[in-house]
Design a protein around this ligand. Structure first.
Ligand code: F58
Length: 793
């Protein structure tokens, strides 16, 4: 496509789709017109892919996920279609900067964090690998809340990405299913029939996801809830306007907001409804497609692979059994085996409080037939494994992890360590009964978005050095290895990083009125705020460093900027206290005339995919400091390493594998291992002992407790100090001294800029394995037993 062709297409859409002429077009109009022009380019490969999947009778992969944290789509699509230079030329001609057009797109925040972003990377990789696949999720009207700060405290406001037309989706009024809830089960002619008391319509919206080089496109199908009856005219006519629209309001609630956590009791019922709503609609869609191609349901596991992204869609087990048995007449035991042949489950957490459990009462009232089937599944499992100790239904609760395990033919962990810990802890008994079921598939990230799109400077350098094959085959980054002693290459590498940092500094100045020194080390900690991720360990270290610099202002300090970003779940008060503390510390430190040239702390509000794309390429050091054994994998850790920010990290999640790949000498390791953490926690007063052994830590905690950062509000941060010097479940205090040591090691390496650049470049050269293309190939071979539709190029 030439620049002229693209311009014609944009002008066509401007006029005929948007009703605007070029002279009056606003940035929104240009963005929509460009998106529609680009979408046109996706449509043909998308149709061709769909046709080929049917013609060749391919096995299809269905990825069921409550979250798809896709962020912006325009730049991704332009990059994957190879249209970046063309689009740049076109907009230079039009006289509007392409970056402004791209930046106008709202960030689709249909996820909380890593789990949702992983789904988005996977769906892009499946398209890039030409695997016939479909992502199924919920079209939330409001994604993850918008975060701002008021006097350092987190404020939440609704997110509104759908206020403007979503350029990428196609509404599918014909693809709709009636989803029931409640009611009862009756026996009719020896069969169980579920008669729901109420229900609603799940209507599909399709977004094509184009793969690298535009060879294949898959569909992300998101369900929106609509009422069965749009409007109660009788009530309206009698003047009761609110009641007249009640059916719509009630139905829409189901797809209205993304849950920021799964702990609020009042939200539990709604969350279970959301889970059933999208899972049931997706399964019906899967069976409808299967029916259009095949007529023997026993073939289902050969043609259909359904991946459950965490337990959120775990109701798929009983629902598929119900569809096969109750609605299609398959024998119950065979239905269970057939469903299991299709289903597999990915576990993303070992934290007991994050493993879903539903009260039996709630399940019975909302999904009475499913509750019966769950009991049947449990009984069948018990009959097959009489020596088992635990059931999926226990103590009045349905344990969704156990249910997903029993109903999946494979269960995967998301890093090597996490997989081993799954075997030893949460699923120890089930693993003993089914020793072949648990497999490891370490996460990955798409190089198209996280390197090519986010870091054009580094990407150009890589392509200049080893050619462009790395974009579709990231392991080719190892070709950089032979340039790692080449001064010319390293200079260019350093220049790319420096320019990215300067861009970030300019952006911070213009948007946040903060001045930063681009030569300082940019030390970055961005992710959901959680005690196990230990943002409070990082800020304690900042406090201790600040105190030390004040003691010796003429010392040889390596200048640092500590950047934080991340959201705390609205009901997670301790996490919100951590945000508050970091913001207050930044007020004191950044205004300190003595120390601020060496140390600054910045907490950027409203972390999202777009902000990550901006920060990661400009980072020097990646903070991955979770308590060992708690972070299932991490994916941010991979993005940083790939972009040349070495890790400051514990032996947790995929950090372990990153360290193996980049080499121990290119990774700042500190802290206890997972077994050491368990042993340490068993010691009474472990925190007090750690504090007594490290005067720096004691002094930093004293400052927190002693209102140094309380900004006149006495006792403001005492809760954090008390928690840490008290039970300190996440062992912040016990890891502090070693963290301090590793940080000073990082300072020393950074002070020798040549050594640092080489370490950064080694990280890039050795992280090719962390592509989500590699993850997807692993799932294809070990779980889905499916293959790409096109031969690799
Ligand atoms: C994350 N989980 C893990 N959960 O924490 C991370 O280690 C891993 O890399 C990632 O999954 C992908 O495997 C995660 O993001 C959530 O966001 C929850 C979803 C349900 C509500 C509470 C948060």
């Amino acid at each position: 496509m030439t620049s002229d062709d693209l311009r014609d297409s944009i002008l066509h859409h401007l006029k005929y789709s948007l009703g605007k002429d070029a002279d009056h077009a606003m940035i929104y109009d240009w963005r929509m017109a460009l998106s529609l022009a680009v979408r046109d380019r996706i449509t043909d490969p998308w149709f061709a892919a769909t046709r080929k999947a049917y013609d060749d009778k391919h096995k299809r992969v269905y990825y069921l996920s409550m979250e798809f944290l896709i962020g912006r789509l325009l730049q991704d699509a332009i990059v994957n279609l190879g249209l970046l230079d063309t689009a740049q030329a076109t907009f230079a001609d039009i006289g509007v900067p392409l970056e402004h057009v791209i930046a106008d797109e709202p960030d689709a925040a249909l996820g909380n964090g890593g789990l949702g972003r992983l789904a988005a990377c996977f769906i892009e990789s499946l398209s890039s690998l030409s695997v016939p696949a479909m992502g199924y999720g919920i079209r939330y009207e409001h994604g993850l809340f918008r975060q701002s700060f008021h006097e350092g405290r987190q404020m939440e406001a609704p997110e509104d990405w759908l206020t403007q037309t979503h350029a990428w989706e196609f509404e599918r009024p014909e693809a709709a299913f009636d989803i029931g809830f409640g009611g009862q089960v009756t026996e009719k002619g020896g069969r169980s029939v579920w008669e729901p008391a109420d229900g609603l319509i799940a209507q599909a919206y399709d977004t094509p996801i184009i793969g690298w080089q535009g060879r294949w496109a898959n569909t992300l199908r998101l369900w929106s809830a609509k009422p069965r009856k749009i409007f109660d005219l009788d009530r309206f006519n009698s003047g009761d306007y609110i009641a007249a629209s009640a059916p719509e309001t009630l139905a829409r609630t189901i797809s209205r907001v993304l849950y920021p956590d799964d702990t609020t009791p009042q939200g539990k019922e709604l969350r279970l409804k959301q889970e059933f709503f999208f899972t049931a609609a997706s399964l019906r869609d899967v069976l409808r497609r299967f029916d259009s191609e095949y007529n023997d349901l026993r073939q289902l596991p050969d043609k259909v692979a359904i991946q459950l992204n965490d337990t959120h869609p775990a109701i798929a087990g009983p629902e598929l059994v119900r569809l096969l048995h109750d609605e299609r007449g398959m024998d119950m035991d065979e239905a269970i085996v057939t469903a299991r042949g299709c289903l597999a489950y990915t576990n993303h957490t070992l934290l007991p409080e994050a493993l879903e459990r539903w009260p039996v009462d709630l399940m019975t009232s909302l999904l009475p037939r499913h509750m019966q089937i769950i009991e049947r599944i449990d009984a069948q499992h018990a009959a097959q494994k009489p020596d088992r100790k635990a059931n999926a239904v226990e103590d009045g609760e349905v344990k969704m992890g156990e249910l997903a395990f029993i109903m999946g033919h494979k269960v995967n962990g998301v890093s090597a360590l996490h997989t081993e810990l799954m075997k030893q802890t949460v699923f120890a008994e089930l693993h003993r009964l089914h020793p072949d079921r648990i497999v490891n598939q370490t996460n990955g990230v798409t190089p198209r978005r996280w390197l090519l799109g986010a870091n054009p400077r580094l990407s150009h350098l890589i392509t200049d050095t080893i050619g462009d094959g790395w974009v579709g085959d990231l392991e080719r980054l190892s070709g950089l290895e032979e340039h790692l002693d080449d001064a010319g290459f390293l200079d260019r590498y350093a220049a790319a990083k420096r320019a990215n940092k300067t861009d970030l500094v300019d952006w911070m100045r213009s948007t946040h009125d903060i001045d930063l020194d681009p030569d300082a080390m940019f030390d970055v900690h961005i992710k959901r705020i959680h005690e196990y991720k230990r943002q409070h360990l990082n800020i304690l270290e900042a406090i201790a460093l600040w105190q030390e610099i004040r003691d010796d202002p003429n010392g040889d300090w390596t200048p640092r900027v500590k950047l934080f970003a991340g959201k705390a779940a609205p009901g997670y008060f301790f996490a919100k206290d951590i945000i508050h503390l970091i913001n207050d510390v930044s007020v004191i430190l950044n205004s300190d005339p003595v120390t601020s040239k060496y140390l600054k702390v910045v907490f950027l509000p409203n972390y999202n995919v777009t902000l990550a794309e901006r920060l990661i390429p400009a980072s020097d050091l990646s903070e991955q400091i979770s308590t060992a054994g708690k972070e299932a994998s991490g994916t941010g850790n991979m993005k940083f390493a790939l972009n040349g920010a070495p890790t400051m990290g514990t032996l947790d999640g995929a950090n372990v594998e990153i360290r193996e790949h980049v080499g121990a000498e290119n990774f700042f390791l500190f802290g206890m291992t997972a077994p050491e953490v368990d042993a340490r926690r068993a010691i009474e007063d472990h925190a007090a002992k750690a504090i007594a052994a490290d005067p720096r830590l004691a002094r930093a905690l004293d400052a927190v407790r002693g209102d140094v950062f309380s900004l006149g509000d006495a006792g403001r941060h005492a809760g954090i100090a008390d928690n840490l010097s008290g039970h300190d479940y996440f062992c912040v205090c016990s890891d502090f001294s070693d963290y301090w040591r590793a940080q000073r090691e990082a300072d020393a390496v950074y002070a020798d800029r040549a050594a640092w650049v080489q370490m950064a470049a080694r990280n890039t050269a050795r992280c090719g394995w962390f592509s989500s293309d590699r993850s997807m190939r692993g799932y294809l071979a070990d779980i889905w037993h499916a293959v790409p539709a096109l031969a690799a190029e």
